[in-house]
Every structure is written in structure tokens, then in C-alpha cells.
Design a protein around this ligand. Structure first.
Ligand code: ADP
Ligand code: TRP
Length: 321
């Protein structure tokens, strides 16, 4: 079973990214053949570019390796290092009805927020279909926001296969129900665009400062407190086992401690949780050449899958003449 996913290099990674996506990817490495790439072309569609994009690409690659993407187990590369994806993007464009893209939520949402639409934002799902279909994966693990994109990839693949035979594998999306939306410091979904993130690799002091900002209900110190619905508890439980969760619930119920104490506890458990990853990151930051070598080797492996596929497509479509 081949599992494929992409992540945009769009900023510092936060714990919503980690529990909603990265951890699933890392865990998937023991379940099947995993393909993971940094979607740097995609990042251009939301205005990232220049030196910033180049830096973020390396930063995201470094962070992923530090968090457990294992190049021995996964094929891990940067999207733009396998150019054939752009060729497939064009071929698939010819199988993409305008209406399919006009209905895409991500485009509709962004334009509704006043972000001026350019062609890359509009055609983003076709590039995502190419990312997927070039590598014939069976499963695409996604957050809810990405389901429609995988459905679009399936629709495009079916249209292509109807014309040229069974060349493309029709992928399935997989959504992990137990992965809940991680709340941000204000209780909304944690997201870079809301400025409510607790980053994975921040400085300790800065992290504590962010955690102290988490919105909680006002209850006198000695009173018992509700853990259900508490943003601090909901974040802390991500890092805790069952017994530790129960112990924390007891502290809430007992009263005598304020949310400030629970915030300090959250900061501690989070700091400890990411300690080994932080150490790994220190290593990779000091050895960026090694990161580049890993990405080169990953692109090479990805190309071994992509080239026979694009050859088949060139022949079928008559581009090879
Ligand atoms: P952001 O909203 O910060 O821009 P992205 O859209 O880049 O984050 O998300 C990258 C991945 O992380 C996606 O798979 C998404 O589903 C997941 N993710 C982002 N925020 C959360 C969250 N608060 N809870 C769970 N998963 C999340
Ligand atoms: N669109 C995805 C996101 O914003 C990233 C992505 C690009 C992707 N290509 C992909 C995810 C292919 C899965 C498969 O999160």
C-alpha cells in the first residue's frame, strides 16, 4: 500500500500541524510505503516566493526530518525537484472541467476573504491531482479541508482513464477521525492565519509566553474547574497518556489551583515531549548539507516512480511522437 502526502512550506510548524498531520505521516511509515514531499510550487499560489520560500522549504524539510520522517523508510523530496509533475499538471488540465475548479472550497474561501485570485490559486487542485497521480498512491491521509481536492484528483483520473485506458490509479483519501481539530490560544482552530499558534520549535520563554495567553474561563483559585472545553486541557491531553489525563482532570476538579498552574504544566509537558525532536533538529540545523543530500536522494527515488508513469502518459496522449 502506498501512502502519499504533501505539506506546504508556509511557515513555522505548530502543534495543530503536528497532531493533525505530521504525526500521522510519521506513524504511517510503519504501515506502508510512504511518499512525502514539500509542496513548494503550491506555496507560490498563496503569495510565497523569493528568498523566503527557499528558506522555508529548507526549514520545513529540516523540521520534518527532525520530527521523525525517516528517509530510510519514506521517499521524501521537494516537489519542484521532480519537474515531470508540471508536465502532468498540463496534461490533466485538459481533463479538468472549469466547473470542477469553480466549486473548489479553498478557492471560493480565499476569494471570499478578499485575497485576489490568480490562476495558480484557481488551478491549485489540478497541480495537487498531478502530485498524487504521478506516483500512483493508494491512500492520501488528509485533514477535512483537503478531502475535496482528493475528490477532484479522482474525478480527473477517471476522465483521463476513460479516454486513454487504466493508466492512473484512483486514490482514496483517509481521514483519521480521532484526530481532532487542535484549538489555538483563542479557542478557534489553531492556524497560522489566525495568529493563535503554539509553535513546535519556539524558544522556551517565548513558548511559555504564548501558552500564558491561552484563553480560559475566570474561576476563583479555590473553586473546582471544568476541564472539558478548557483550551489548556484540550492542548495538554494531546501530550498525555490516559493515566496522566485522569490525573490532570483530578487537579481541575479538586480546586485550589488556577489555570496559570495548568498552563505551566502544559508548557512543561510540551517542552519534554519535543525534547528529542529538538535535539535532532539542532543536529540537522548544523548539517544542512545532509538535509540537501537526503532531499536529492529522495527526489531520485521519486523520479524512479514518476518517469515510467510520465512516459506512459506521453505515449498514450500522443505527446511522444
Ligand atoms: P495552517 O492552518 O496553520 O495554515 P496548514 O493549512 O498549512 O495550517 O495545515 C497543514 C496540515 O496541518 C493540514 O493537513 C491540516 O489539516 C493540519 N492542521 C492545521 N491546523 C490544524 C489544527 N488546528 N488541528 C488539526 N490539524 C491541523
Ligand atoms: N494542499 C495540501 C495542503 O495545503 C498540500 C498538498 C499539495 C498535498 N499536494 C498534495 C497533500 C498532494 C496531499 C497530496 O495541505
Amino acid at each position: 500500500m502506498r501512502i502519499l502526502t504533501g505539506i506546504q512550506p508556509s511557515g513555522d510548524l505548530h502543534i495543530g500541524n503536528y497532531f493533525g498531520s505530521i504525526k500521522q505521516m510519521v506513524d504511517a511509515q510503519s504501515k506502508g510505503e510512504t511518499f512525502a514531499f514539500i509542496a513548494n510550487y503550491h506555496a507560490m499560489s498563496s503569495g510565497n516566493g523569493g528568498e523566503k520560500l527557499a528558506k522555508l522549504t529548507m526549514q520545513t524539510a529540516t523540521d520534518f526530518l527532525s520530527l521523525g520522517i525517516d528517509p530510510q523508510k519514506s521517499t521524501f523530496w521537494v516537489q519542484s525537484d521532480v519537474k515531470e509533475v508540471l508536465e502532468l499538471y498540463w496534461v490533466l488540465s485538459a481533463f479538468t472541467p472549469m466547473g470542477l475548479l469553480e466549486r473548489a472550497h479553498s478557492y471560493k474561501d480565499k476569494t471570499a476573504k478578499g485575497i485576489s485570485a490568480n490562476h495558480s490559486l484557481f488551478s491549485y487542485p489540478v497541480l495537487m491531482a498531478a502530485d498524487i497521480l504521478l506516483y500512483s498512491p493508494d491512500i492520501i491521509p488528509v485533514g477535512k479541508d483537503q478531502i475535496q481536492h482528493v475528490e477532484i484528483a479522482r474525478d480527473i483520473a477517471v476522465k483521463f482513464n476513460n479516454e486513454y485506458g487504466d493508466i492512473l490509479t484512483i486514490p482514496e483519501f483517509q481521514i483519521q477521525e480521532e484526530v481532532q481539530t487542535v484549538p489555538g490560544t483563542d479557542g478557534q482552530k489553531m492556524s497560522k492565519s489566525y495568529g493563535n499558534c503554539v509553535n513546535i520549535f519556539g524558544e522556551e520563554k517565548k513558548q511559555l509566553k504564548t501558552i500564558k495567553k491561552i484563553v480560559t474561563e475566570q474561576v476563583a483559585l479555590e473553586e473546582p474547574k471544568e476541564y472539558e472545553g478548557c483550551n489548556v486541557y484540550n492542548m495538554a491531553k494531546l501530550f498525555l497518556n490516559e493515566a496522566e489525563c485522569i490525573a490532570l482532570q483530578e487537579r481541575y476538579k479538586a480546586g485550589g489551583e488556577g489555570h496559570g498552574h495548568f498552563k505551566l504544566y502544559l508548557a512543561d509537558v510540551m517542552w519534554e515531549y519535543f525534547r528529542p525532536y529538538r535535539e535532532q533538529r539542532e543536529y540537522y540545523l548544523a548539517h544542512q548539507d545532509e538535509v540537501r543530500d537526503i532531499l536529492d536522494a529522495g527526489a531520485q527515488k521519486a523520479r524512479e516512480v514518476a518517469l515510467p508513469m510520465i512516459e506512459k502518459i506521453r505515449t498514450a496522449t500522443g505527446i511522444r511522437y
